[in-house]
Every structure is written in structure tokens, then in C-alpha cells.
Design a protein around this ligand. Sequence first.
Ligand code: SF4
Ligand code: SF4
Length: 456
Amino acid sequence: MSETLIPVQEINLPGFTIPDPPNEADLLRCVHCGLCLNHCPTYRLTSRETESPRGRIFLIKELAEGKQQVNDLFQEHIGLCLDCRNCETVCPSGVRYSVLLEAARGEIVRTGKLSTTEKFIRWAILKQLFPYPRRLDLVAGATGLYQRTLQPIVRESGILKLFGRLGELEALLPSRKLRRYVPPKPKKPVAEVQGALRTPTRPPRPRVSRGRVALFTGCLMRAGFANIHEATVRVLEQNHYEVIVPEGQTCCAALHVHAGERDMARQMAKYNIDLFLKEQWDAIVINAAGCGAQLKEYAELLRADPVYFHRAKEFAKRVKDVSELLAPTIAPNAAFPSKTRVTYQDACHLAHAQKIRLEPRQIIKQIGNVELIEMRASDRCCGSAGIYNVIHPEISDQLIDEKLVNTADTRAEIVVTGNIGCLLQLEYGKKRAGWSGRVLHLVELLDEAYRQVGSV
Ligand code: SF4
Ligand code: SF4
């Protein structure tokens, strides 16, 4: 990430019209060595240079220099990238690929030709739905109701085949029934509770000693995946953190940045920064890899803003993935009743963007009776990548099918991951492959293990 503010006027890249084009150093860092090619999922599947990191960087540099137009082919090659950032991990030159890609997508939104349908979908989903929690609640609530009532009948009837692609999209709906997360009311101080009860039914919990943390609840996670947030809070409390859920949060804007909607993303980033910097937190905790990476990179998004660049850096210092916070001091009293084989799928935005690989594994290894079996290519993208699985099902399905082969080969009973997108994609892949294991978020695994020994 840029360490200093980059004044927009010093950047002279004639091909970019967005207010925050990539800087020249980033454009020149690629030395064309090709070491990234076989680590790139889209290159591995297509064997085409234009679907590789090196090829895409070349196209973006040509655009910056005014030698390449934002035409259909450019849009196709840039659009087919998963933004998984595996190329960043393996690049010996330290290429910051995602800043180039996301700027190119911003340029496509500004000067490219988007179809009317795509424009409408972007407007409806990215601008009218995700930034507004109440609207998202309505959609998630209606989806949850459909899952509980009509879904079994509709799927059984075979009627979905009549709806073509729309019917196929229904198969991507989560296996989990959507349920909104409602934060618990703030707890009364222990002394007050004891005074109200003549004989306390259970001894007071030990005093909070590790710190006061704010939980970032996000958009979809808050609207539909209450069980993961509830498990996160229990696990943090078990590890002696006081957890507060600040009211009025909005989506982290990761989807917007990946889609090139940078102006909207900046508004949302500023809103979240202002909200969370109102109070002093020991940490801002996040349990979704994609959102965590975005929160930590707000300064990149706001680097042309003299005020918010510095505020974003302040904010980012406090953001911690839940595994990053817990691993160094994890409470040891977690165990499964019998030997359980577990494998771990690295979320791209944990492993490649945040460089968090060891911490989730340390936590899994701390759980009694759990054996961690590594799968092949655990850090290769599962094909979820935001809404990539909806837009590019052919590539996405190949990636998740390969992931399920690698998962099944470990003979694990549980596959664990740290991102909601990966989790849903693994559940989708599980159905396709007929695999019988369970898919859990890391905090769900830990919560279950604490419950097994009666800790929570
Ligand atoms: S992105 Fe990095 S690894 Fe790939 S060709 Fe360029 S310098 Fe080499
Ligand atoms: S982000 Fe992923 S898909 Fe895109 S070029 Fe890099 S490795 Fe390939």
C-alpha cells in the first residue's frame, strides 16, 4: 500500500481518466518473468497469455500509455480475472496487481461500453441494495422465507429448468437458511446483575482482560448469516474480549471496488471510517476475509484524499481478522469428543491479500482431538470471488470441482475456511461432488469445540 499521499496532479497517464489512476512505479514493476503464470487460475484453465497476470498488466500499461482502448476485448480480459491475488504472492518483483486491476475496472466503468442490462444490475445491486442495510434485510428475509417454504417444492418440481440461467442461479442459493444477525443488548455490569438476584444462578464471568473490540458485521453477513456472527461473539468472549457491535455500519465496499465502482466505494469507506473512529477500540474485528482485506486497504482507495488518506491509515491499524486476534493467546479448553479430521481452505483475501496463513492453522491445531490435514493447492481460488461464480459459471465451476477433489482426497470430515464467499462456494461444490463432509467457518469450528467441553 502507498505509504505517502500521492497528489493526483503529479500523475500523467494519458489513458486513464479516473481521478486515482495507478502510479507509474506500480505499472513498471512487472519484469515479464512469467513466474506467476502457473499460479494464475485463469491462465491454468485457458493457457492464454491475455488471461494471465503478465498479459493483463501489459494491457493495463498499454492503456495507461494511451496505446490501448477500453474496448470489448480489454473488458473481457480484465473481467475474467478473479482478483484472487495469487499472482501477488508469487511475484518476485512485488507487483501490486490488485491496484492495477481495480483501477482498470474503474476505467471500464467510466469509459467502457456496458450493456443496458449490466448497467441496471450494477445500479440495482451495488448502488441501491448493498449500501442500505434495511433493503438488504428485506431481500435476505424474503430469500430466507423462500428457503423455508417454497424451495423444496420448487426444486422437486423441476420447474427451474424452464427458467434457463435464472434457474441455474437458484442452485447457488446457500444451503444455510438465511437469518439476520441481531446484536445482543449490552450486558449490565456484573454487580448490578448480582444485586437484582437474591441467589446468583451462576458465578460471574472472569473480568474482561484482553480488550474492548468492535465487531464489523458487514452487509450480507449481517443480513443472512447470524450463526457466524453469534459464534464469533461467543468465541471472542470465551477469550476474554468485550465485544461491541457499533450501530449504523454499512457494507465494506469490497464488491464495489472489485467491480470498478470506486466513487460509491469511497463514500462507503468514509462512512465506515467516521463511524468506527468515533471511539477507541483495541481492535476492529472482522470474520470475512474479503471485507477484512478491503477495510485494511481503504487508504489505497482514498489515497488522493488529503484528509481521509490519514484517517484510513488510522482505521486500518486497528482492523484484525478474528484469527489474527485470537491465535497468539487462544484459550486452550476446546476439543472434539472423538478424533476428527479437518482440512483448511485458504481464502484468497486472507492468504494472498492479508498474508494470514499460519494463524487459522494454529487455532485449528490447538483444538483437542482435531487432526489438520493439508489439502493440495489450499490457497488456489475456489471460484467464488465475489459474484464471479454468477457471471462466469464455466470457470468458477471448474475451480470448485477441482477444490472438492482436493478436499475429498484428504479424507477430512470437515473443511474450514475464513470467508463467507468461500464457505458458500464450498457448500455448492459439495452438492455438485456429492461429498458428505461438513463446511464450517473457523469460528464455527472453534465455537463447536468450546461447546463440546462446556466452555460456553
Ligand atoms: S507479475 Fe511478477 S511474476 Fe508475473 S511476470 Fe510480472 S514480474 Fe513476473
Ligand atoms: S488475480 Fe488471480 S486470476 Fe487475476 S491475474 Fe492474478 S492470479 Fe490470475
